[in-house]
Design a binder for this molecule. Structure first.
Ligand SMILES: C[S@@+](CC[C@H](N)C(=O)[O-])C[C@H]1O[C@@H](n2cnc3c(N)ncnc32)[C@H](O)[C@@H]1O
Length: 203
């Protein structure tokens, strides 16, 4: 994507799309479950930061490949010890078993290699830790899924590599997590709207 789009247009588009009323409510619901030393993979502009509970979250590391988005995250006031790191989900720059919670929200759709990213999440989470996820992906209805597949190439080009059609629960399980809780549902009629939220634990 052109540099101007990446730096100035995409961050605003992303915040707009990721801040609808239903998405804000869904974030709040699952952020209440986030605890301990936390890694957010694909922290973006830090939309989750205000929802983290001080005291319950003891340390927060946010990782993202985009300097423009990390700059927006860094501008947010925080009450929790926070570090922002430039990097990619597929090669996390952390030793194994470091985090009580790995958090991903609306990120598994966008990473280049979601299987590799989830294998890395599995590596850095503690054995008694958790993956908290709030994502969107492949619809159950065959007709809608066909449209998601058709439209993904064009959507990816303008929306930071966002895929409409990834099977998020299957990817999470294939990386060595068990789905302790899964809420999978159509949220409205749009192609973006098949939502997957929940908690997965290392198997
Ligand atoms: C739709 S945004 C969501 C941002 C944030 N998690 C939120 O909920 O507002 C997708 C994010 O994934 C990030 N991303 C894309 N490829 C990535 C990768 N390979 N590793 C880590 N993050 C990536 C993007 O830079 C962007 O911040």
């Amino acid at each position: 994507m052109p540099l101007f789009w990446d730096r100035h247009v995409y961050p605003l588009l992303l915040e707009w799309v990721c801040s609808t009323r239903s998405i804000v409510a869904e974030r709040a619901r699952w952020l209440a479950r986030v605890r301990g030393a936390v890694l957010e993979v694909g922290v973006g502009s830090g939309l989750n930061l205000p929802g983290l509970l001080p005291g319950v979250v003891t340390r927060f590391v946010g990782l993202d490949p985009s300097p423009a988005l990390l700059a927006r995250a860094a501008a947010r006031p925080v009450q929790i010890p926070t570090t922002l790191v430039t990097g990619a989900a597929e090669a996390l720059p952390f030793p194994a078993a470091q985090f009580d919670t790995v958090l991903v929200t609306y990120t598994l759709c966008s990473v280049g290699d979601p299987a590799r990213a989830l294998a890395e999440a599995r590596r850095v989470v503690r054995p008694d830790g958790q993956l908290v996820f709030v994502e969107h992906g492949a619809a159950k209805a065959a007709g809608r899924l066909r449209w998601q597949r058709r439209l993904t190439p064009a959507w990816r080009a303008v929306a930071g590599n966002c895929h409409l059609d990834r099977d998020i629960p299957r990817l999470i399980e294939a990386a060595g997590f068990g789905l302790a809780e899964l809420d999978a549902r159509d949220t409205d009629a749009s192609l973006l709207s098949y939502a997957f939220s929940g908690v997965a634990v290392p198997r």
